[in-house]
Design a protein around this ligand. Sequence first.
Ligand SMILES: CCCCCCCC/C=C\CCCCCCCC(=O)N[C@@H](CO)[C@H](O)/C=C/CCCCCCCCCCCCC
Ligand SMILES: [Ca+2]
Ligand SMILES: [Zn+2]
Length: 264
Amino acid sequence: MAPRLDVSGIWGPVTSTLDWCEENYVVTPYIAEFWNTVSNVIMIFPPLVCAIYYWRKGVELRHVLTSLSLLAVGLGSWMFHMTLWYEMQLLDELPMIYGTCVFLYSLHHHDKPRKSRNLVYLVALCFCSVAVTVIYLMWKNPVFHQVCYALLVAALVYEAIVAFRNYPAIQPLVLMSVGFYAFGFFLWNVDNIFCSHLRKFRNKSHFDTGMVFQLHAWWHIFTGFATYLHVLFSCHARLLHLRTHCSIKRLGGFWPYLEIGKTP
Ligand SMILES: CCCCCCCC/C=C\CCCCCCCC(=O)N[C@@H](CO)[C@H](O)/C=C/CCCCCCCCCCCCC
Ligand SMILES: [Ca+2]
Ligand SMILES: [Zn+2]
């Protein structure tokens, strides 16, 4: 089989500061990184359905916003991998920072009285979001974004541990979420470090390996699912605190969701 190298497509030259290991425009001229693009569905449909469900059930706005934050990352990431434009890269990476701030605020508040606000925490998170945005717009170094994001995720894992100590019922989802996230991060590193080997292997293969060895796409799947679980357990902890009847159910015995009773 002829080596499948990057080719050009309808979105023109790559202007992003990152170009992932997946070969560009080899599946279709309309999508730069095909598998990295379509794998974003996990960050689009489940949070969309979840946001509508939370809204209809009348849960606090911040939980609807956690769902919508994941949806925003999914849409931005779709646009970025489809075009490999710098502007779309920002649409992918900046919502990761904002979304994690929304998650932090929401989880930090799981045991606070209804309608209470922590203005200091809110201002600190807004300041953090604005500071990262301004610095990243001036200093276009992706490692800066990655370090800031990793620090926010570490803070979120800490908040999750505090929450499951208060409400042990959410422990299984917290552990699953952290486990899936860590495995996704492992694949993200393998994809970056061993890219040339993965490309050689995919090109030498006698059959079309499809998405199987597109590890950035698998990073989307694992972290997208881990973040969806986060959206569930964050709301679950809050509803347990508010003594609203709710429990984790599995659609078709597989897909987890939070079944919410009547809000008191
Ligand atoms: C309890 C754990 C739950 C964690 C939830 C984290 C909240 C995340 C907020 C938004 C969802 C993001 C989902 C991932 C989207 C990925 C999109 C993407 O691929 N973006 C790239 C561009 O395509 C971007 O450049 C990628 C940056 C990746 C940076 C990785 C940095 C390190 C992350 C550190 C993870 C620590 C692992 C610790 C284990 C829990
Ligand atoms: Ca690529
Ligand atoms: Zn990506």
